[in-house]
Design a protein around this ligand. Structure first.
Ligand SMILES: NC(=O)c1ccc[n+]([C@@H]2O[C@H](COP(=O)([O-])OP(=O)(O)OC[C@H]3O[C@@H](n4cnc5c(N)ncnc54)[C@H](O)[C@@H]3O)[C@@H](O)[C@H]2O)c1
Length: 254
């Protein structure tokens, strides 16, 4: 990864932060972005050299283009995008309102569209056979209760990933996705509380139910996901494109 410049969205926390560290550990220059600018700066400081931080809101095309341009001016053209930023909230499908739907689709689906399109234009301008990895979800493969809107937005990520992969393959650009399972992050902490409220359970019991559903017998770590992201972006995955790779500890197997 020594000659790669990697831009990661939603990298102030969780999976994105682990991805930044994983790419950096393999020698890449890392562009840590998040709508939480101070959080992104803190992650860049954890790495020291070969890391920059910018505010990037994945729902705002201008902020995406500005971050790509700033990174290029400081380091050179971006060659890998990890489009990772995502949000969730839990509700029964019958109780969802349009705000819930728009919140999930704007960040999870439109955010992937806008960041991927900016990256492809950037790769084409610089004649780079770049790589894109999108963070989808287990919920992109199988509908999850209380997450109908989130599931729909993550199924959209896989549809986009496949279609874009076919279009840009002739230019050597690869587009893949990871589908994580039950990952220990701030997002999961929020979901445990919501699910416990919706089911009359406790966050601890819900957490145990996640472990019980996982053949490998533990919660997933952000690093479990990040290592697969680095693989998919690397030359070791040079003949993989349009894939949604499950990283779930066996929760979902097809
Ligand atoms: N945690 C899980 O169990 C799990 C499982 C499957 C998929 N995922 C997906 O993994 C990705 C990362 O999730 P996480 O668990 O690390 O969540 P997290 O909440 O810990 O981190 C998400 C980051 O995204 C940022 N963000 C939110 N909206 C943004 C926007 N509009 N623009 C830019 N940044 C924005 C947040 O500030 C935060 O730093 C998401 O796409 C999520 O859907 C998570």
């Amino acid at each position: 990864m020594n000659d790669q410049i990697v831009l990661i969205t939603g990298a102030a926390n969780g999976i994105g932060r682990a991805s930044a560290h994983a790419f950096h550990g393999k020698g890449a220059q890392v562009v840590v972005t998040d709508m939480d600018e101070e959080g992104a700066r803190a992650v860049a400081r954890e790495m020291g050299e070969r890391a920059l931080a910018y505010r990037l809101d994945v729902t705002d095309r201008r902020s995406i283009e500005a971050a790509f341009a700033a990174a290029e001016a400081a380091m050179g053209p971006v060659s890998i995008l990890h489009a990772n930023a995502g949000v969730s909230n839990l509700k029964r499908a019958v109780d969802l309102d349009e705000e819930d739907w728009d919140f999930n689709f704007n960040v999870n689906a439109k955010g992937v569209f806008l960041t991927n399109q900016t990256a492809v234009r950037h790769f084409q301008k610089h004649k780079i056979a770049g790589a894109i990895v999108n963070t989808a979800s287990l919920a992109a493969k199988v509908g999850a209760p209380f997450l109908a809107h989130y599931s729909a937005s993550k199924f959209a990520v896989l549809g986009w990933t496949q279609a874009l992969a076919r279009e840009v393959a002739p230019q050597g650009i690869r587009v893949n996705a990871v589908c994580p399972g039950f990952v220990q992050t701030a997002m999961q902490d929020r979901e445990l509380i919501w699910e416990a409220e919706l089911t009359g359970s406790t966050p601890e019991a819900v957490r145990q139910s996640y472990i019980d559903q996982t053949p490998l017998g533990r919660l997933e770590t952000p690093e479990d996901v990040a290592d697969v992201v680095v693989f998919l972006a690397s030359d070791a995955a040079r003949f993989m494109t349009g894939q949604g790779v499950n990283v779930t500890g066996g929760v979902y197997m097809t």
